[in-house]
Design a protein around this ligand. Structure first.
Ligand SMILES: *[C@@H]1O[C@H](CO)[C@@H](O)[C@H](O)[C@H]1NC(C)=O
Ligand SMILES: *[C@@H]1O[C@H](CO)[C@@H](O)[C@H](O)[C@H]1NC(C)=O
Ligand SMILES: *[C@@H]1O[C@H](CO)[C@@H](O)[C@H](O)[C@H]1NC(C)=O
Ligand SMILES: *[C@@H]1O[C@H](CO)[C@@H](O)[C@H](O)[C@H]1NC(C)=O
Ligand SMILES: *[C@@H]1O[C@H](CO)[C@@H](O)[C@H](O)[C@H]1NC(C)=O
Ligand SMILES: *[C@@H]1O[C@H](CO)[C@@H](O)[C@H](O)[C@H]1NC(C)=O
Ligand SMILES: *[C@@H]1O[C@H](CO)[C@@H](O)[C@H](O)[C@H]1NC(C)=O
Ligand SMILES: *[C@@H]1O[C@H](CO)[C@@H](O)[C@H](O)[C@H]1NC(C)=O
Length: 566
């Protein structure tokens, strides 16, 4: 491992990096990343122990198809608060729409998702981290916020939380409206008088006296960003009618609340971000901390691992919704998480037009990494050292080289490390371990100019890279370019990272030796994918390891080096 230290004059940035690097070295250079998980495509076997006992889960990975053209979720505040309309919507959603969406989702799963049969394959549990969190609780959280909603909340608060019922103007919609129209998520918004019965996984809307009618509406939705993920338990949202008594509030709150689930496919870092953290950012970032999270199926490991992010998105205590026996009353409450696409944000649909670039810079800020204007470490160090003339003092570009633990691992890792060093890089090899905190690990990633790994969740660490750093993704055999771009390459570009893919050839795959060059697994991957996602999953995501041809790979390293020098 290279030992060049950044010159002292690169002070604060370099210091953090150096101590982090030292920490890494102490761990036999085999650091790990809890962030180094498996793959994204897939997944996992999740043991969910909820009130329903234990259940195996099938991981599902959605396609990266963008939803830009999908309908924009309708905000309740933009709809007439007319009862009939609410009913229509409900009917429509419950009927044909759901069927359509289900079908869409199934298609997706077949085309693009790679899942693994649940109880069948324990090894499908690539998740290196799963064992960290044996206790699983369910959580659901929903959050909502776009500008219109913020405006509504402000109105509500100004009105004393909607308590002055008799003066409520019919102009503002007061009904909880659950919008089930988005292909990815369902969401409900209540403005006025929202009461939670956490232990019953229920949220009530108490209409103003004048609007109490005979009708009582009820929805049941999954409060995360994957509306068809079976093992996310549902939350019931009900509006009361004139003959139903509202439960007394045991606590009243002025801030809006969001109910969302923390279980599902979380524990794979890619899913942590794609399914929960990015949707949470979309749903609540514009509230600037002024929102309380009511988390259904709360996962203590998740709360601990991502505490910096969660604490910044909400300055209030997280409520363990399933265990909450009280009746909490809020002026505004959202159930569900908005999501635009896999590991992505569509600025046109996001509050304040947030983008993935905003998200990466936000994450870096939360982890106290250098601000946006700071160049990649290689450039910063050499700029600082340029006065010192001695060419040898120039720091080499530093690469974090991730080797996956179980699937798609580099079988010739010991050969790859020196090859990368010979190409002119300092290498920080990372193999699965999980004894570093995200905070520590983020500083190590920040100190690197390149993040290299086989297609897989370890690349999710790219959030900690600096602008213009390179993500070098090794794409396994089997027509994997599409998911490679969708899950990592595309997001990397949106976040203003430089994205380089190296697609291996058949002989670099261990499948080649295992099945032979004439087997369709090698000769005709398309035919394997056509057999269904389970086949593609099995061969290309699960069974495959990589023996990188360092000769063939050398020009890619050279290309990366040139990029960094530009
Ligand atoms: C609901 O909307 C329809 C169509 O806009 C209107 O005709 C009707 O009067 C409204 N009903 C109420 C109760 O406002
Ligand atoms: C596991 O899957 C294989 C093939 O997909 C099947 O033959 C076997 O019966 C399954 N085992 C269980 C326990 O479901
Ligand atoms: C309700 O609000 C109106 C106008 O905002 C105010 O005049 C009235 O006194 C309030 N009533 C109560 C019971 O607070
Ligand atoms: C909540 O659940 C408990 C236990 O199932 C039940 O007794 C109670 O009536 C429920 N509360 C409401 C308001 O539905
Ligand atoms: C209120 O709703 C409940 C449940 O939907 C229903 O049983 C009851 O008849 C309704 N009350 C009135 C007054 O319509
Ligand atoms: C979130 O982080 C930003 C940037 O560091 C900071 O300005 C803001 O005060 C933080 N908000 C909370 C609620 O901690
Ligand atoms: C966000 O983008 C949309 C579509 O590009 C645009 O209409 C809207 O004005 C933008 N909003 C803000 C706050 O910039
Ligand atoms: C490795 O790649 C080089 C350059 O493409 C090629 O000449 C060589 O045959 C490859 N080695 C193997 C073992 O495939």
């Amino acid at each position: 491992m290279g030992t060049d230290s950044p010159s002292p004059s690169t002070a604060p940035v370099a210091l953090g990096a150096r101590s982090a690097v030292r920490a890494v070295a102490q761990h036999h250079q085999a650091v790990v990343g809890f962030l180094v998980g498996f793959f994204l495509v897939l997944l996992l076997y999740t043991t969910v122990s909820s009130q329903f006992g234990s259940q195996a889960a099938i991981g599902v990975l959605q396609s990266v198809r963008t939803d830009e053209n999908a309908m924009t979720p309708t905000s309740p505040s933009s709809m007439p608060s007319n009862v009939t309309q609410g009913d229509n919507m409900k009917e429509e959603n419950k009927g044909q729409k759901i069927d359509e969406h289900k079908k869409m989702e199934e298609d997706r799963v077949q085309h693009d998702v790679h899942g693994i049969e649940k109880s069948n394959q324990t090894e499908a549990k690539f998740d290196d981290e799963k064992e960290e969190n044996p206790e699983q609780a369910g959580q659901t959280v929903n959050d909502a916020s776009d500008r219109m909603e913020e405006e509504l909340i402000r109105q509500e608060i100004d009105q004393g939380g909607g308590k002055n019922d008799t003066n409520i103007q019919p102009v503002t919609p007061r009904k909880p409206i659950c919008d089930l129209s988005d292909p990815r998520y369902d969401i409900c918004e209540i403005s006025g008088d929202a009461r939670t019965l956490g232990a019953n996984r229920t949220v009530l809307y108490v209409p103003p006296v004048g609007e109490l009618g005979a009708d009582s509406q009820e929805w049941s939705i999954r409060d995360q960003s994957r509306k068809y993920l079976e093992f996310v338990n549902k939350v019931t949202v009900k509006s009361l009618n004139a003959s139903q008594a509202a439960p007394e509030c045991t606590s009243r709150h002025d801030v809006p609340a969001l109910v969302f689930a923390m279980n599902g496919l979380t524990s794979n870092p890619w899913h942590d971000f794609s399914d929960v953290l990015i949707p949470l950012f979309i749903t609540t970032r514009a509230l600037e901390g002024e929102v309380q999270f009511l988390v259904s199926d709360l996962q203590p490991w998740f709360v601990d691992k991502y505490r910096l992010i969660l604490k910044n998105l909400s300055r209030y205590d997280i409520v363990d919704f399933n265990q909450d026996a009280g009746v909490r009353c809020y002026p505004h409450l959202t159930v569900g998480l908005r999501s635009h696409r896999d590991l992505g944000i569509d600025p046109a649909r996001a509050p304040r037009n947030y983008s993935m670039l905003d998200f990466r810079l936000y994450i870096r800020e939360i982890y106290s990494l250098p601000p946006a204007g700071v160049d990649i470490p290689y450039k910063e160090a050499n700029r600082a050292a340029s006065g010192a003339t001695t060419a040898e003092q120039h720091r080499k570009p530093r690469m974090m080289l991730i080797n996956r633990g179980r699937t798609r691992k580099f079988v010739n890792f010991p050969e790859i490390v020196p090859a990368v060093e010979n190409a002119g890089f300092e290498v920080i090899p990372i193999e699965p371990r999980r004894d570093l905190s995200v905070e520590e690990f983020s500083r190590v990633v920040d100190s690197c100019d390149v993040l290299m790994g086989a297609h897989g969740a370890g690349l999710t660490n790219f959030f900690f890279l600096r602008t213009n750093a390179v993500m070098l993704q090794v794409v396994p055999w089997g027509h994997m370019e599409y998911p490679a771009m969708g899950f990592y390459g595309g997001p990397a570009r949106e976040m203003r990272l430089r994205d380089v893919e190296y697609s291996i050839e058949a002989v670099e795959s261990t499948l080649y030796d295992k099945y032979g060059k004439d087997n369709p697994v090698i000769s005709d991957p398309e035919s394997i994918h056509k057999q269904g996602w389970r086949s593609g999953m099995r061969y290309y995501w699960t069974e495959q390891d990589i023996s990188l041809n360092v000769t063939r790979f050398a020009p890619t390293l050279h290309q990366v080096l040139q990029m960094l020098k530009q």
